[in-house]
Design a protein around this ligand. Structure first.
Ligand code: NAD
Length: 385
């Protein structure tokens, strides 16, 4: 195979953005041959493209080798399973599913390992996070002791929720900021620091918007290694900020706006200094430095290119879909902890979570005011932070 024939399902904000990148020739070896949309409009077809309104028909059409799933979250599981069972390569938007049990079902369908199965975790391409992961893995930061990530600049207006019929409801979206905006951050969190063993969440529901899901979150994450972490997020706070602070034995890293890295480096690791010092109030000498980061990463295009290269030449995947279960489980645990007012141990009970979420979806009395006007492509582009 020289060119991968791709079908895109879901031509809303994200599907159209991917389509524009691929049609624009930004991804070598990838060609769109099929487009599928149930309700919205499919952009005018170009030569060699076929339109579908039924995803099963597209999957079995023989006109595609791979599928890119850009539909609302719940259907990632059903469409993903069907596509994998029909022998397609699959690239699924984040989150890979809404809850852990669905993730397990989706991942279990990937039985033919010769097929590529990846997730659109485009923020893994950010140069700043790649650098931070490198500094941790090479021991430059020393053992990580504490992490605080405050990402409160996912601001969304009430109109954002009002114009997306499925957004802001348990039934449509299965969650709020944790399920829509934060899969990226939670994925990066587990990518850099691993999965915590205990989670305590404090979510507020509809605090800032006319929604029934969480739009404000404070969570404490504890690791058996002793690492303690906090994760704070919101879609209602302005100006908000995005600051990740990582304290290690060799100093503290501060990552601002996913882009700038500042390192306050200890001359001597802090615990070693503590036990070696004969003074009572001494501090390790530390130096300030900015760590250069050369770009912001290739984002969606880089993930699409990596997916294509993996199919064509076996390049190592940047974001295997199997790893997508971690951010979903973490998000689920933060919500479950809030609902039960208790600490949740991981691995968590997937069936219990699914049961509670189903109950919330089916017995909701929430009525959302829906407005018809959709965001423009320009407006949507502002959402990438
Ligand atoms: N990676 C990123 O940076 C990023 C950014 C935004 C959204 N997303 C993800 O992309 C997905 C879609 O988000 P969006 O903002 O584009 O939503 P959207 O509502 O704008 O678009 C979804 C589209 O899917 C269509 N659809 C629904 N079910 C379908 C089906 N069975 N077959 C065909 N079409 C169907 C809808 O009609 C709609 O047009 C979400 O999972 C979201 O988390 C990812």
């Amino acid at each position: 195979m020289e060119t991968v024939r791709l079908g895109i399902v879901g031509l809303g904000n994200m599907g159209k953005a991917h389509l524009a990148n691929i049609r624009g020739g930004k991804v070598t070896g990838l060609r769109v041959t099929c487009l599928c949309e149930t309700v919205g409009t499919i952009p005018a077809l170009q030569e060699g493209e076929t339109a579908f309104t039924d995803v099963s028909e597209m999957i079995t059409s023989g006109k595609l080798d791979a599928i890119l799933i850009c539909t609302p979250h719940y259907s990632h599981t059903t469409i993903g399973i069907e596509a994998l069972q029909h022998g397609l390569h699959v690239l699924v938007e984040k989150p890979i599913s809404v809850h852990k049990a669905d993730c397990e079902k989706l991942i279990a369908a990937h039985t033919d390992k010769s097929k590529t199965f990846a997730a659109m975790f485009n923020m893994r391409t950010n140069a700043a996070f790649k650098k931070v992961k490198d500094l941790i893995e090479t021991g430059e930061l020393g053992e990580v002791r504490r992490v605080h990530w405050e990402v409160t600049n996912w601001f969304r207006t009430n109109n954002y929720y009002a114009t997306g019929g499925w957004r802001g409801t348990w039934k449509g979206e299965g969650g709020g900021v944790l399920m829509n905006q934060c899969p990226h951050n939670l994925d990066l969190f587990t990518w850099m620091f691993g999965v915590p063993q205990r989670v305590r969440g404090f979510c507020q529901f509809g605090r800032f918007h006319d929604v029934e899901v969480e739009d404000d979150v404070t969570a404490v994450l504890m690791y058996d290694s002793g690492l303690s972490a906090t994760f704070v997020t919101s879609t209602g706070e302005a100006p908000g900020r995005n600051v990740l602070e990582i304290s290690g034995e060799r100093g503290r890293l501060t990552v601002t706006d996913n882009a700038q890295i500042h390192f306050q480096r200890n001359r001597q690791p802090m615990t070693e200094f503590s036990y070696a010092s004969e003074a009572a109030f001494a501090m390790p000498e530390s130096w300030h430095m900015d760590i250069p980061v050369d770009n912001t990463g290739g984002q969606h295009v880089e993930i699409l290119q990596n997916f294509t290269n993996n199919i064509l030449s076996g390049e190592k995947l940047l974001s295997p879909a199997e790893e997508g279960i971690r951010s979903v489980e973490l998000a689920n645990a933060i919500l479950l902890s809030t609902w039960k007012d208790a600490t949740i141990s991981l691995p968590m009970d997937a069936a219990e979570y699914e049961r509670i979420l189903k109950d919330k979806s089916e017995n909701s009395t929430f009525v959302k005011k829906v407005v018809a006007k959709k965001a423009s492509a320009d407006d949507f582009a502002k959402s990438f932070r």
